[in-house]
Structures are given as C-alpha cells and as structure tokens.
Ligand binder design. Structure first.
Ligand code: AMP
Ligand code: MG
Length: 515
C-alpha cells in the first residue's frame, strides 16, 4: 500500500459476499428512545463526513436480524451512511454523556468522544438495539481526541466481538466496517475506519456515575426506570425494583466475567465506563486471549500495575459494581442508612453469584454433569497443573475433551505441558470423577467439545490479519478469521493453522488501546 497522505488510492478493501447488483437506499426502521430522554443525557451531533468511504464488510446475518437488508447497507448510500457521510431517514444522531473510573481514578465527564448513536431499531425478536458508529468524528465529549478510529482497532473489535457472539458470550456486535480514506494520526499516520456497532444499549455504570457526580437524583431515577423498562422489564412492577435492578446487574456482570474466564479472555480496560449494565462485553480495546495459561497474565500496554490481570477480573467487576451501587443510593431507600444496608446486602451476593457461574462453567469444560462442591478442587488443580506446565489454555481443554473418549489422546495433552508433573495424577482423579456421572465417554466428549472451542481469536492471528490489511490492503486474512471464528467449536479440515499457539517470534506481549 502506498503511504501517501494526500492520495485517495489507499485501500481497495474487498467487498465481502454481499450482492452489489442493485444499489438500494437502506431503509432502517429506526425507533429511537434514548434521544427522547432529557437533554442533559446526551448531545445532538451529526457524524463528520469522511473523504472516500469504502466497505470492508457487512455482517449479513446480523443485518437481517435487525430487519435491515444487507445489500442495502453495501450499496453506495448504505456505505455513505455507515461512514457518517449521510444521515439515514429516521436517524437522530446523539453522543451519550457518561463519566467513569479509569484505572481507579474518577473522571466526572467522559461521554462518547468518538462514537455516535445513530438510532435504535427493534430487531426481528422485538429486542431494542442501538446502532452506533465508532470513529464517526468529534463530539462535545471528544476532549483532546480527534473523534476517529484507526483501521487496526476496528478490525480487532470486529473479529473479537463476532467471535464472542459465536462462543455464546454476551457482547456488542459488529454490523459493518468501512474505511474512510482519511488518515488518523497516532504514533504514526494510520488509515481511518468506522465500525458500526450494535448493542442492547450503551448504558454503562459510568452513565449512572455521570449523574451521581452531579447529585442529579431525578436523572438517576429516570435512567434507572429507562434501563429497567428496556433491559429488565420483569422488574417494573416489583416493590423493590431499584434494589432488584442492582441485583440483576450484579448477576449479569458475574455471569459475564465467568464466561470471559472460560475462554481465557482478558479485557484490559475494565473501567466503569466500559461496564455495560446489560452484561454485554463492550469496548474491545487492548483485549487479548491467553495462549499459555497463567492467572497473572496482563497484555494491555496501559495497564502498568496489572490492575486488570486475568485472575483479577472477578474482583475488579465487584469493585465496579460497588461504584454502580453507590450511584443508586439516592433511590434505594427512604433513609441513607436503609439505602446503604440494602446496597450492601445486594453487593454481598456477588461473590456467590460469580462462584456459582465459574464453577458451573469449568465443571462443563471438564465434562462433569452433576457438579458437587468437591469439584472446585478438581477444577483448581487442573488450572494449577496447567499454570505450572505453561500449557496452552484452549488446546488443553480441547485435547482433554478428546481424551474423554480416547485415552490415547492423553499423550497429546501431556505434550502441551513443558512440565507435566502432576498431570497424570490429576487425570486419574478426573477419570474417577467422570465415572460417577454415568454418561458414556462419547457423550462426555461431545458435551465437552460443545463448550471447549477448538479455535479462538488468537492474538498473533488477529495481529497478522490487521497487519495484512493495514500494511498491504489485503483483507483476506481478516475475512477468513471472521468466517472461521463463526464456528469455534467444530473441528474441521482447513483450520489447522488457526488452532496453533504462536511460535516464539509470533507471541504478542503487549496490546495497545484502540485510541
Ligand atoms: P476507551 O478507552 O476507548 O473506552 O475511551 C475512553 C474515553 O475516551 C471515551 O470517552 C472515549 O469516547 C474517549 N476517546 C477515546 N478515543 C478517542 C478519540 N480518538 N477521540 C475522542 N475521544 C476518544
Ligand atoms: Mg470505552
């Protein structure tokens, strides 16, 4: 690719799988609700047009799920809309206001500095979903930022969020990505891109903190009522609906973090502004998947203190939820004492919620059907053996799945460990445990393969796909990763290279924020 700061012929992203024969104006059945909330919740702002948008990819199944014709999104009008060059009919673009604790420090005003909510749609299941353009230009919340996104982080978010959806982990989704034809200046000039992101909503713990910091109790109540109606409608008529709302958010967050742990995911920036009250994963910045298992693994180049290390994530989510509970205090009780006591009681449930979720998930990963309290030790001991043996997390669980029906596969498992001491003894205990469940080995293995992925978005592969796209305009590795990661549990011909951990010279040691 020519690095010409003035030229237009920068990228020719391949248009992927979408019919281009009939350019159709995208009709998006917008049904906006957040933009009807009081004006202090957001700022009305249009995306800033870009020079020469080109389509990278449209997520066809997701578009259809939203009731949007994917071919229309891929048409020139659709691409113009995705790039922010055209405002679709019914769109009411806003930047949402929020605050947040970033690495433990409170920032009273953040807000969508480079993302614009263009509107909401009711999907084909009747679920209300946000369509959000990330990298759409400056907003009143941009502070020193340029409001833009570089191509690499857009591709990373596309790959990882879609892989998450296929892994069954609650997440925001990628509807489409376009290049802008403009450069964004980071340490070096980088090609710009815009990601069209879909979320159940973009309400964060930080959204509540924005109003709490301003002692705006009326707004807290309005926001809580809105969030309950939209995400937890069953709570609407409960006598303790705000307390139950807190509990529901705690439960979803605990379940989410457990699901991250099962696949070895490290978010990297678990700030309260990146903590969605829906329990969806949001903001795939310097995130990464562990190859070699170690609980203290950190990738993010900005996480100097290791605050968001792999094994710290459950406790950090707890910390974020305490910040959330604090914002709700004015509506949790008639007196402050009552409110604090209620908040404390709900928060105290988090460790048990998380523990139940993580034990269930790991028990399933080990092929255990009816878990008992003794299984916690069996699970912990496997993790310890894996850490001591610097074994690959994903391959260990997957190979163990195969070994459940074919003991000969134990050799392949042990080959993953640099130090296999303790593995044989553990395997013996594991087999004895499985025998008590009275399931046929074949069925155990099948159940394990359904929860232990054979491929995940490995960092070195994501980096290679980004490098090909940014360096030479070759989007084929990106498309292949997205396509293959849509089926993470099925082993099949043609994906052998994607199963492999990095070679020593391919290991990604640090990841950088998407800014
Ligand atoms: P993040 O670390 O991506 O979650 O972003 C933290 C805050 O910084 C949010 O308020 C973002 O909107 C804002 N931000 C990040 N990058 C940019 C940018 N390039 N321009 C403007 N605001 C940004
Ligand atoms: Mg963020």
């Amino acid at each position: 690719m020519v690095r010409d700061l003035t030229g237009v012929e920068l990228f020719r992203p391949s248009v992927h799988m979408v019919r281009m024969d009939t350019p159709i104006t995208p009709t998006i059945p917008f049904d906006n609700s957040y933009a009807r909330l009081p004006e202090r919740f957001f700022s009305r702002v249009n995306p800033t047009p870009v020079a020469a948008p080109q389509l990278i990819r449209v997520n066809e199944p997701l578009a259809r799920d939203l009731g949007i014709d994917p071919a229309a999104l891929a048409s020139p009008e659709g691409i113009a809309m995705l790039a922010g060059n055209r405002i679709a009919e019914g769109s009411d673009p806003i930047a949402m206001a929020y605050a947040g604790h970033q690495f433990g420090n409170f920032v009273p005003q953040l807000g969508d500095g480079r993302a614009i909510l263009i509107g909401e749609v009711l999907d084909t299941h009747g679920i209300r979903r946000d369509i959000h353009l990330k990298g759409a230009g400056r907003t009143p919340y941009s502070r020193m930022g340029d409001g833009r996104a570089a191509l690499g982080p857009v591709l990373r978010e596309y790959i990882v969020s879609e892989a998450f959806a296929a892994l069954g982990i609650p997440t925001t989704r990628a509807l489409a990505a376009v290049t802008t034809g403009d450069w964004v200046l980071r340490e070096e000039p980088l090609p710009g891109a815009v990601l069209a992101r879909v979320a159940s909503s973009h309400i964060r713990v930080g959204t509540f903190q924005f109003f709490a910091a301003r002692k705006d109790t009326e707004a807290i109540r309005t926001l809580a009522d809105y969030a309950i109606a939209r995400h937890y409608p069953d709570l609407t008529d409960r006598p303790e609906k705000y307390r139950d709302f807190l509990s529901a958010v705690i439960a979803r967050q605990g379940e989410l973090i457990a699901k991250w742990m099962y696949v070895g995911f490290i978010h990297g920036v678990m700030n309260t502004d990146n903590c969605a009250i829906t329990g969806e994963t949001i903001d795939f910045g310097p995130c990464a998947f562990m190859d070699t298992y170690h609980p203290s693994t950190v990738f993010s180049s900005i996480d100097h203190a290791g605050r968001y290390a792999f094994a710290s994530q459950p406790a950090i989510a707890n910390w974020n939820l305490v910040r959330f509970a604090e914002t709700l205090l004015p509506i949790l009780g008639d007196t402050q004492e009552q409110a604090i006591a209620a908040a404390q009681e709900r928060i105290d449930a988090y460790p048990a919620v998380f523990q139940a979720a993580i034990t269930d998930g790991y028990a399933a990963k080990l092929g255990i059907e009816n878990k008992s309290s003794d299984d916690t030790t069996l699970i912990q001991d496997f993790l310890t053996v894996m850490a001591n043996g610097a074994a690959d997390y994903t391959l260990s669980f997957r190979t163990l799945s195969d070994a459940a029906e074919d003991p000969a596969k134990e050799a392949g498992l042990s080959a993953l460990f640099s130090e296999a001491a303790g593995l044989d003894a553990w395997l013996l205990r594991w087999r004895q445990r499985l025998a008590t469940d009275a399931r046929a080995p074949r069925d155990i293995a099948a159940a394990m393969r359904a929860v232990n992925p054979v491929i995940i978005p490995r960092n070195h592969q994501v980096e290679a796909a980004i490098k090909a796209a940014v360096g030479t305009g070759d989007f084929a590795p990106f498309h292949r990763l997205v396509d293959e990661l849509a089926k993470p549990f099925d082993d099949r011909p043609g994906i052998d290279d994607l199963k492999l951990p990095p070679k020593p010279d391919e290991i990604v040691r640090a990841t950088f924020c998407g800014t």
